[in-house]
Design a protein around this ligand. Structure first.
Ligand code: HEM
Length: 254
């Protein structure tokens, strides 16, 4: 179905994409095109501004440290809702962009049952069925979607207290704080997973590419589609070529 929203999304994707390029070196696959990267980093900038200004308003101790960044207390209060609306607006585009690969399916339920193995890195490669995003990444995405909706619904009465009245503002504070805690925990885990936990992941969002070895290690089903080869076979072949005692597939850059 080609809806007006899909046509709009497609035209923005084409226009933004035309301003940049993705250089693919030998042995690499394209993971995130220019449009996705521009959206991701715009979301990140607005999110961090909203987070810092929100913390400044929330905590008297942080108020002292963070408000000078935004030109004082009054300015911080003024800017926070606008940073937040910026975050929600750009994330709405990312929502459309990623909705397809973020749909939850039966394989994701299987993945969540073996989350312990994932966290402890006990398997050399992910199971064959792990596609473009794993279930953990999907949970983060949907947590952002729900939190963004809660932020808007709870934030508007807090922004215009005289219009909405005390009870709505009080409920707003509680919901806003719950959404902020969920987002903060999610962000810390995401930061770790996107950088230190899995070498080779960060370049997916900077240069837009990943090494094939990274793809077959973390997303075998996507590797099968993108490279047209079997992840398991290529992983075994690479392992056979490695000198004895060399580390496993989860360290693609060694
Ligand atoms: C500022 C530090 C950040 C870093 C270093 C970072 C890094 C990354 C990387 C490398 C990916 C690609 C993962 C892959 O292709 O498998 C990614 C994806 C993603 N990022 Fe970020 N990101 C940051 C901030 C944010 C923020 C602030 C948000 C939203 C609040 C966000 C939301 C997402 C989502 C939803 C995905 C796709 C699902 C996932 O990989 O978890 N990121 N990020």
């Amino acid at each position: 179905m080609n809806t007006a929203i899909e046509r709009f999304d497609e035209s923005v994707r084409r226009r933004v994409g035309a301003y940049g390029r993705t250089v693919v070196r030998a042995g690499e696959l394209v993971r995130h095109p220019v449009y996705t990267r521009v959206l991701h980093w715009s979301v990140a900038v607005f999110f961090i501004l909203a987070l810092l200004s929100g913390f400044a308003i929330y905590s008297p101790w942080l108020y002292h440290w963070l408000t000078p960044l935004f030109g004082g207390g009054a300015n911080t209060r003024l800017l926070h809702p606008w940073f937040s609306l910026g975050f929600v607006a750009v994330f709405a585009f990312q929502f459309l962009n990623w909705l397809g690969p973020m749909i939850w399916n039966a394989d994701d339920r299987r993945w969540t049952r073996r989350v312990r193995e994932y966290v402890t890195n006990s398997d050399a490669v992910e199971p064959d069925y792990v596609d473009f995003f794993n279930a953990g990444q999907k949970v983060y995405f949907w947590a952002i979607v729900i939190s963004a909706i809660v932020f808007v619904i709870s934030g508007i009465p807090m922004w215009f207290p005289k219009t909405f009245g005390r009870p709505a503002v009080d409920i707003g504070y509680v919901l806003h704080d719950i959404a902020a805690i969920v987002m903060l925990i999610g962000f810390i885990v995401h930061l770790y997973e996107g950088t230190a936990a899995q070498p080779g992941t960060f370049q997916a969002m900077t240069r837009g590419t990943v090494e094939q070895r990274w793809a077959w290690t973390h997303h075998p089903a996507w590797y099968r589609r993108a490279a047209g080869r079997d992840a398991h076979t290529d992983s075994e072949r690479a392992r056979a070529r490695q000198p004895q005692g060399a580390s496993g597939d989860r360290r693609p850059h060694e």
